[in-house]
Design a protein around this ligand. Structure first.
Ligand code: AMP
Length: 215
């Protein structure tokens, strides 16, 4: 199976698609956002910083990801969610993956229109325990019981950066940095695009499955 690197604006569905790959294909999900939020539980400065929506230092991210990748068996497929977010991260990550012998890698751009992203951000709720994503505005993604995780029963929370102000910062960061990253993966011949603008994700999941199963 392919190792997947998701490239996407905020709230495009990286987390949801990653969960799908974990549940249906046994992928390991490495989310830099989740790793940072866990670290921020014991680091007030980082906690405040994450609220802003600005990017954290490249070196911190790369070290974090390298540490996690080193622990993975070569046969264990993984999905990277949230990295790279700069060209430097893409270049460093490439060196690390090659060095560790992870060669079967595909970068997947999740393409979503900005108005759709705003709806997803405003309604998003997440489980602080198992990280499953929900949406209070979009019927298909509501939890069975208000504010309770379907899977583990924890009380759902709103991420501190899921507000319009922070979204605009994160979206701007994304727009500023994504083109050189896309060019990097295109030049390597391993870029795919997944369109995910609809509420019904059947088609998008079908495309994802065909990417995963491709040899
Ligand atoms: P996410 O959950 O992917 O939306 O990430 C939440 C926040 O974590 C971002 O707004 C950034 O502040 C930080 N972050 C996550 N991944 C990265 C990265 N690869 N580079 C820099 N900052 C990151």
């Amino acid at each position: 199976m392919k190792n997947i690197i998701f490239l996407a604006p905020p709230a495009a569905g990286k987390g949801t698609f990653s969960e799908y790959l974990v549940d249906n294909y046994g992928y390991t999900h490495l989310s830099t956002g989740d790793l940072l939020r866990e670290e921020a539980e014991e680091n007030e400065e980082l906690k405040e910083f994450l609220k802003s929506g600005k990017l954290v230092d490249d070196k911190l991210i790369i070290d974090l990801v390298e540490k996690k990748l080193k622990k993975l068996a070569k046969t264990q497929p993984f999905v990277l969610d949230g990295v790279p977010r700069t060209l430097q991260q893409a270049q460093k990550l490439d060196i690390i993956l090659n060095g560790l012998g992870f060669l079967n890698v595909v970068a997947v751009l999740i393409d979503v229109e900005k108005t759709t992203l705003v709806d997803r951000v405003v309604g998003r709720k997440v489980c602080p325990n198992c990280h499953k994503n929900y949406n209070t505005i979009i019927k298909e993604f509501q939890p069975r019981i208000d504010n309770v995780c379907d899977d583990c029963g924890a009380t759902l929370i709103t991420r501190s950066d899921d507000n319009l102000e922070s979204f605009e910062v994160r979206y701007h960061e994304y727009e500023e940095s994504v083109n050189p990253i896309l060019a990097f993966y295109k030049a390597k011949g391993c870029l795919k695009v997944l369109y995910n603008n609809k509420v019904d994700q059947t088609e998008a999941l079908k495309s994802l499955r065909s990417i995963v199963d491709e040899h």
